[in-house]
Design a protein around this ligand. Structure first.
Ligand code: FMN
Length: 211
């Protein structure tokens, strides 16, 4: 998988096996996203997700990546039906998802078409698998982003993880079907940049880009 190529002038520096390998870079990009979904400490756990509002303004926010599936080409994220991003995607389903891992020296920019799931099998399964702590924000009576007169009171410890019944009504799965993967690997030996686009007939087509 990763063959390591020592540099002649820097014996401790190794380049990853995907450095000059287009398919290897693509596989590594997906492996990073798959790991990001399961490893809460991974930088890829919290990408920035961009939507477009009714006025055509771009809007970004950090979200938790819940699952990445290279075969289905999907990224799964969770959100609140009362949020701005839910409204944006309802109008205009194109999203951009940006990952950056400083340690891995890797940026990945995803282009995808989002689908919002509420009250269906996908939403029910994701809600059933979510933790009480994660459910808490969906149980707030105030919609996310609603103006309030003052900061909300500090919750007593015994109420912080209390589960109300109606959180599921506010819960949505954002399933993004990926059709564009743009990859940038930073290396002093020479950056590497590549783009893969999905076509229903051709599948994934990749090319190196000038960095
Ligand atoms: C580390 C981190 C993780 C977050 N994860 C999520 C998430 O998984 N889903 C979500 O809807 N908002 C998440 N948020 C909050 C969003 O960034 C955003 O503030 C909120 O959803 C409102 O966004 P909107 O008004 O653009 O819809 C997270 C924020 C941070 C800082």
């Amino acid at each position: 998988m990763t063959t390591l190529e020592p540099r002649s002038d820097a014996p401790h520096r190794v380049l990853p096996g995907y450095y000059n390998n287009l398919q290897g870079s693509f596989d590594h990009a997906w492996a990073m996203m798959v790991r990001g979904a399961v490893d809460r400490r991974a930088a890829f756990h919290t990408p920035a997700v961009a939507t477009v509002d009714a006025a055509g303004e771009p809007s970004q926010r950090v979200m938790v990546l819940r699952a990445a599936d290279p075969v289905a080409r999907t990224l799964r994220l969770h959100t609140d039906v009362r949020s701005q991003k839910f409204v944006h995607i309802g109008r205009q389903p194109r999203v951009s998802v940006l990952f950056y891992d400083a340690h891995a020296k890797l940026q990945i920019r995803i282009g995808a078409r989002a689908r919002l799931h509420t009250g269906d099998d996908i939403a029910r399964a994701a809600w059933a698998a979510s933790r009480p702590q994660g459910r808490l924000c969906y149980e707030q009576a105030l919609a996310p982003g609603e103006a309030v007169d003052a900061p909300l009171p500090v919750l007593p410890a015994d109420q912080r993880f209390a589960v109300a019944d109606d959180g599921e009504r506010n819960f949505a799965v954002l399933m993004a079907t990926v059709d564009r993967v743009e990859w940038l690997y930073l290396a002093i030996e020479g950056h590497r940049r590549a783009l893969w686009t999905w076509g229903d007939a051709a599948g994934w087509q990749g090319t190196w880009l000038a960095p």
